[in-house]
Design a protein around this ligand. Structure first.
Ligand code: AMP
Length: 437
């Protein structure tokens, strides 16, 4: 946390009142570093760990501007556009705007797929101060002429890395073409690779870059462990963990990540059969069912939520005490996002990753990405010593001599391959070169 207080920031009194009511006294580091620049009207690219208050970091300056510069709203127009990669995140961001703007007279609308468009069109009719949308439905409504983005003063891309890599990049480009060039643009993400940053640069002008400990993408308050386990023992191991959590009593909330939608459904059914109340959220479920599951989970009625990566991005449920990676994530940055569902708002959290012998390569990539070795939990009856062995062997590999002749040659920049019709000749330093006969 930073030493400045919210009351030191030049935010409108109506916002200060809300912040006091919410018991927010000290801005989180990302808020402290990004709010002043945004209040000066600067574009911004922000990178911060998940659960560190990014939503308020962009919502407060926007709300301040709107409260200080009220304007009559125009039919089908929006003053602010916030794009999010998932419907759940759109709903959550919309709620945050309602909370933080509760003392302002604001109109906001949500636009996302999987539900009837009629109420959304109705909300847009009188114009809105804030529009929170997922790209697909927004494009739909734009094409039908229900929304005109030419009055947008603020553009926010939340979870921008995912926006740009989940196949949204073309939609986002098309949407941005409908926006006026003179606007304030803010991009936020938990992880920001150089490639993503290059694309992100297309949307901003002379941005302020704010980064909160990017070299440590995972919060220290998350206690991380890995369990080496055979595929067929994952289910009993999961049950053992859930029993340890006391989830049957509903005191703790656990989110379990699976690789596939089918896997989520199957696991949820199996858990329910064994007496653990659970539900699944993923892209194939209706929006109503997804929202119901999430609300039950949030209120504590449902102790276990099973999710795919897509469905769980950005979800903020305060009481999640444990994240279980039933299937190891395929991308190292997904690991950071998944485990960031726990330890929200300064709380402590646990993250356990199940790793089979086939997954040790992915585990090594994750450990490289987060810059540390994850503790191994051997204190359970399903420990797979072979997988553990394989893993320690695998992590030594970069310095070891396990590379084959071909890999060794590739690493040295000399392909050890000979094609038909080609022969090897030596250059003047004796290095093999391919040539044509
Ligand atoms: P976010 O990263 O925006 O999803 O926020 C994570 C959680 O932190 C949410 O539950 C917010 O309500 C909470 N939060 C955000 N900013 C502050 C703050 N300055 N003080 C206390 N809690 C905060």
């Amino acid at each position: 946390m930073s030493s400045i207080k919210f009351e030191d920031l030049p935010l409108a009194e109506s916002l200060q009142r809300t912040l006091r009511k919410q018991d927010y006294t000290i801005p989180t580091p990302i808020q402290a570093q990004s709010i002043p620049a945004q209040l000066e009207g600067r574009d911004l690219i922000g990178c911060a760990q998940t659960g560190t208050g990014k939503t308020a970091a962009f919502a407060l300056p926007i709300l301040h501007h709107i409260s200080e510069n009220p304007k009559p709203l125009r039919r089908g127009r929006a003053r602010t556009l916030v794009l999010t990669p998932t419907r759940e995140l759109a709903i959550q961001v919309g709620k945050s705007f309602s909370t933080y703007g509760s003392n302002l007279r604001l109109r906001h609308a949500l636009v996302y797929g999987g539900v009837s468009q009629r109420p959304q069109v109705r909300d847009l009719e009188r114009g809105v101060d804030i529009l929170v949308a997922t790209p697909g439905r927004l494009m739909d409504l734009m094409q039908q002429g229900y929304i005109d983005l030419s009055d947008v003063e603020f553009l926010v891309l939340d979870e921008v890395d995912r926006m740009l890599d989940m196949g949204f990049v073309h939609d986002v480009r098309r949407i941005s073409k409908a926006l006026p060039p003179k606007r304030q643009t803010v991009l936020f993400s938990a992880t920001l690779t150089r490639d993503v940053e290059k694309i992100a640069d297309e949307y901003v002008t002379n941005p302020v870059r704010v980064s909160v400990t990017p070299e440590k993408p995972v919060l220290d308050s998350i206690h991380q462990e890995v369990c080496f386990v055979a595929q067929e023992n994952k289910m009993p191991l999961l049950q053992a963990y859930l029993r340890g959590q006391g989830d049957r009593s509903g005191i703790h909330s656990t989110i379990v990540f699976c690789r596939t939608k089918y896997g989520c459904e199957k696991l949820s059914k199996q858990l329910n059969k064994h007496g653990f109340r659970s539900d699944a959220i993923h892209g194939d479920k209706s929006q109503g069912a997804r929202q119901r599951a999430l609300n039950n989970f949030r209120s504590g009625k449902l102790p276990v939520l099973i999710a795919t990566d897509v469905a769980a991005r950005g979800i903020d449920v305060r009481s999640i005490s444990m994240v279980i990676n039933y299937d190891i994530p395929e991308a190292a940055d997904s690991y950071v996002h998944r485990i960031g569902r726990t330890a929200r708002a300064e709380a402590e959290g646990n993250a356990v990753t199940f790793c089979t012998i086939k997954d040790v390569g992915l585990l090594a990539q994750i450990e490289k990405f987060i810059g540390k070795k994850i503790d191994i939990d051997t204190d359970h009856p399903f420990h797979d010593a072979r997988a553990a062995d394989h893993s320690s062997h695998h992590s030594r590999r970069p310095q070891g001599k396990k590379y084959g002749a071909r890999q060794r040659a590739m690493r040295n920049g000399r392909p050890n391959v000979q094609y038909k019709g080609q022969f090897r000749k030596r250059d003047n330093r004796g290095r093999a070169r391919l040539g044509n006969r």
